[in-house]
Write a protein that binds this ligand. Structure first.
Ligand code: 3UK
Length: 526
């Protein structure tokens, strides 16, 4: 095989990937498009009206790699990126990879204490950040025991962009192998410190060839817009890696995702695939009661990050005519490994295993459970992270060998192979000795016409026994009161196994969520 080549064999059903012994992921995702005659095609479009062709992208990626090397960053060093969604993210990420340097893109919504921890933990030798985040970055650096040798703003005077402008326009790809460290993503986790999940050069190609091509049917003609940002593994695949795999176009906005922002982007850039999270779809549905959005260009919507309630799926389909494909992925798995598909959608479930991945549901002793029973989900596939940086104990508990990953999610499989999510393993509630899923109770609550969102956690009653407690956001806050509380109780009792009704209902204005939109039930428990 030629250096840097990857082949996808689809003759055996599930795609199988083979990599040349010398394989640098940047060649296939960036340079290949020039030889394929795609140089003048738009790779990136932005809300600021900046258009970047595949030719310009390849040149700037080479410049970015050279700039890092010129700055004294060496292959295998880490470069931390606190960069908003913009073309410079692509240049830095792929430029580092091409030079054999390991990019570590991190969540741009964090605070100084988080950045300080990640700077120290990663031992990054360089840090590049968008000027917008200067206050948090400066504070993080001021307190850090171990500082990157090079700290640069992404643009402006003396910035990384200025170094790129002086750097050479060609760069030979570092002779890495498919199993070499390629990039890291910090996994937020519901408890404890963030952990750096180390991904290899082979991982990105697996997510594109196993999931994006067969499940989304993504091709060169697609235009991808993701409300989830690039720093999130979900957004990184959606709006960068998937379009780059097939030579499609990515559309980026550096603004906060809101119904208004996403509607404006959709009408202006006419994407064919739209990627959101359940909280956003719910907010968009609410906005569509008074606003309109021309969604004619969109052929497919995708949801991940948390379970998509069946009711939101149905309302979205009713309102827009579009199907939302819910699928579960994770930072450690890199992208979606169980998903609904265009020809098999079961609302309220995560769908079936993406061909090429394997999954097992096991009990506490590690034995596979029968269909219809709940257990912990394990998945296996060619995109699973190699290990957590500097954390042998969590690595042993999570990456259990041979590309198997312990997700920490509780799932149930039906006889037809459909997987239904029932919460993080640690969010599950035992009521009267029976496992009870907060997700199921939340799903029932939001079926009620007056409920916008709900979160359920376990709370101890007077007997010290755990029972479900619900926090509810109403569509109209003015409806809150004893009458509605009783109505919701009846609604739950009539639609759920009796023991599952929430014993407490608290009306709230907002729910604690992670930057990526997941309800932080552990905060509600406190
Ligand atoms: C939960 C879901 C039910 C689940 C992600 C797509 O979310 C992503 O990565 P994270 O590391 O979180 C992983 C955890 O989130 N989850 C994600 N999707 C679903 N639960 N239904 C879903 N559809 O607890 C999982 O373990 O932030 C999602 C692609 C890449 C990703 N990194």
């Amino acid at each position: 095989m030629q250096d840097h080549a990857v082949t996808v064999d689809v003759s055996a059903g599930a795609p199988r990937l083979s990599f040349a012994p010398v394989y640098n992921a940047a060649v296939g995702f960036i340079d290949r498009h020039l030889a394929a005659g795609r140089g003048d095609k738009l790779a990136i479009r932005t809300n600021h009206g900046e258009d970047v062709t595949y030719h310009a992208l390849a040149e700037r990626v080479a410049r970015a790699g050279n700039a890092l090397l010129d700055l004294g960053v060496r292959p295998s060093d880490r470069v931390m990126m606190i960069v908003k969604d913009c073309p410079a993210f692509f240049y830095l990420y792929w430029g580092a990879i091409k030079a054999g340097i390991v990019p570590v893109p991190v969540n741009t919504l964090l605070r100084a204490a988080d950045y300080r921890y990640m700077i120290e933990d990663s031992g990054a030798t360089a840090l590049v950040y968008s000027p917008e985040f200067a206050a948090e970055v400066d504070a993080a650096l001021a307190g850090a025991a171990r500082k990157p040798a090079r700290v640069l703003k992404a643009d402006g005077d003396g910035s990384f962009a200025a170094h790129m402008a002086r750097a050479a326009t060609t760069l030979a790809p570092a002779a890495t192998g498919p199993m070499d460290d390629c990039f890291w993503l910090y996994s937020s986790g519901s408890t404890g410190r963030p952990k750096g999940a180390v991904h290899r050069h082979r991982d990105i190609a697996h997510t594109a060839a196993l999931y994006a091509v067969p499940t989304l049917g993504i091709g060169e003609a697609d235009v991808c817009f993701s409300a989830a940002k690039l720093f999130f593994a979900y957004g990184l695949g959606n709006a960068m890696n998937f379009p780059l795999w097939v030579g499609a176009t990515a559309v980026l906005s550096d603004e906060r995702p809101s119904p208004e922002m996403t509607f404006a982007m959709i009408e202006r850039f006419r994407p064919t695939i739209f990627y959101g999270v359940p909280t956003l779809y719910a907010a968009q549905l609410r906005a569509l009661e008074t606003a309109t959005c021309d969604l004619a260009s969109v052929r497919l919507c995708v949801s991940a990050g948390e379970a998509l309630p069946a009711d939101i799926f149905r309302r979205w389909k009713e309102r827009t005519g579009l199907v939302i494909l819910d699928g579960i992925g994770s930072t450690e798995g890199l992208h979606i490994f169980i998903s609904n598909t265009r020809d098999h959608v079961r609302p309220g479930t995560s769908g079936r295993v993406v061909p090429g991945y394997s999954a097992r549901i096991v009990d506490e002793a590690g034995r596979e459970v029968a269909d219809g029973e709940q257990g912990t989900l394990l998945v296996r596939g060619g995109s699973v992270a190699a290990y957590y940086w500097n954390n042998a104990e969590k690595t042993r508990a999570t990456m259990i060998g041979d590309d198997w990953l312990v997700t920490g999610d509780t799932y149930m499989r039906d006889a037809d192979g459909t997987y239904t999510y029932s919460g993080r393993s640690d969010d599950m509630i035992k009521v009267g000795g029976i496992w009870c899923s907060p997700i199921e109770i939340e799903g029932r609550l939001i079926e009620h016409a007056k409920v916008l969102e709900a979160a359920v956690v376990g709370r101890k009653d007077d007997d010290d026994l755990v029972k479900p407690a619900a926090f509810v956001i109403l569509k109209r806050a003015g409806d809150a009161g004893e009458a509605l509380r009783r109505e919701l109780l009846e609604h739950c009792k009539s639609g759920l196994a009796r023991y599952k009704y929430p014993r407490w209902i608290t009306f709230v204005d907002e729910l604690p969520k992670t930057a990526t939109g997941k309800i932080q039930r552990f905060k509600l428990r406190d």
